[in-house]
Design a protein around this ligand. Structure first.
Ligand code: ZN
Length: 358
């Protein structure tokens, strides 16, 4: 059993993974916690578990942006849940260069929680950074139950580049408790779907071939991204990682120049065209694509990114969205699906996630 659930996390990510043998215990991984405003959804999900099952083999906090850590901060502050984690992967200030010891971190709420006694922080890396090995060694981390995780991002370079901006980015991102983004509802009142496009269907071929303007966010570039393999099924979880970083890692991981075979790809940065490049898609052999966002703030997913997946994401790609919004509902148009041969899946109105079992 290998289930991936994209919990509705506003414009962010909150990914609940369950895996295990049919007759054995269920193992769990949580990747990010969404925004602080959507924390209640992951809280409800945890409360639905019996007390004895409120344990995760791993929590990954991919990077410091508020749409990924806001819910995690609330989770750590929530004394009602009594939840435990075998290991927590997060790159704090002291991980940005190997030489640094603890620095200007006062007020960084997440680090304060991770430094509490009994918390395993980057245990799989002996307390050092969760990052790709400098030597290009892709030895996987094996979790209880047999899940194998192979890191593809960040490298030491992306972490070092974040360092000069850490304080500024950390405050902007929400590590300063005074500055957390609470509201994640989309307030854009423009019309949706075809109406927004004046009744015209998007030109998928033209959009797909739009030149990529690469994401320059240092925080996004520091995202922890990895292949998670269990029972022969592989999923690439990419946080908000930069396309060129993933491409370089894939080229080293698959040195024969072949595409990386995966069963599913959590697209980076909520389907931003700055991260979902044609070059990246061409390095993958993948039938399923996950996009996590309600479109608030950044109007993700970009139509260019979705067009690239449809054109360059293999035969009959399957798109999975965790919201139906005015930024993605056009992809439900049957005419587009018939013409470009793809499938699109959205949650029902009453759902708070979309779940895919491999
Ligand atoms: Zn994000």
């Amino acid at each position: 059993m290998y289930k991936t659930e994209l919990i509705q996390a506003g414009h962010g990510d909150c990914i609940w993974i369950e895996y295990g043998e049919e007759s054995g215990p269920i193992h769990r991984i949580l990747i990010d916690g969404g925004t602080s405003g959507t924390y209640r959804k992951v809280k409800e999900r945890i409360e639905a578990l019996p007390d004895a099952d409120r344990h995760f083999d791993l929590l990954v906090i991919t990077h410091i942006d508020a749409d990924h850590i806001g819910g995690v901060l609330k989770l750590f502050e929530d004394d009602e849940l009594s939840i435990t984690f075998d290991d927590i992967w997060f790159n704090g200030y002291q991980h940005l260069t190997d030489l640094e010891t603890l620095g200007a971190k006062q007020g960084e709420a997440l680090t304060d929680h991770l430094e509490k006694p009994g918390v395993n922080w980057n245990k799989a890396f002996a307390g050092k950074a969760s990052r790709v090995d400098n030597s290009g060694n892709f030895t996987p981390v094996v979790l209880p139950g047999g899940m194998c995780l192979t890191l593809l991002s960040p490298t030491q370079k992306e972490l070092a580049e974040l360092k000069p901006k850490w304080i500024e980015e950390a405050q902007k991102a929400g590590l300063d408790p005074e500055k957390r983004l609470e509201d994640t509802e989309d307030t854009d009142t423009r019309p949706s779907g075809l109406e927004a496009l004046g009744g015209e269907l998007p030109d998928v071929n033209e959009l797909a071939d739009t030149e990529t303007i690469t994401d320059s966010s240092k925080a996004n570039g520091s995202s922890i991204a990895f292949i998670a393999e269990f029972a022969g099924k592989r999923v690439l979880f990419s946080g908000d990682a930069h396309g060129p970083v993933l491409i370089e890692a894939i080229e080293q991981y698959c040195p024969d120049g072949k595409a990386l075979d995966i069963d599913m790809f959590k697209t980076p940065h909520h389907g931003s065209d700055a991260n979902v490049s044609t070059e990246l898609l061409k390095r993958l052999n993948c039938p399923r694509y996950l996009i996590s966002t309600n479109g608030a703030y950044f109007k993700h997913p970009d139509r260019i990114a979705v067009s690239r997946i449809i054109k360059y994401g293999g035969d009959n790609p399957q798109l999975y969205f965790n919201y139906l919004s005015k930024y993605n509902d056009v992809w439900a148009e049957q005419t587009l699906k018939d013409e470009h041969k793809y499938s699109a899946y959205f949650p029902d109105d009453s759902d708070t996630s979309i779940c895919i079992e491999l």
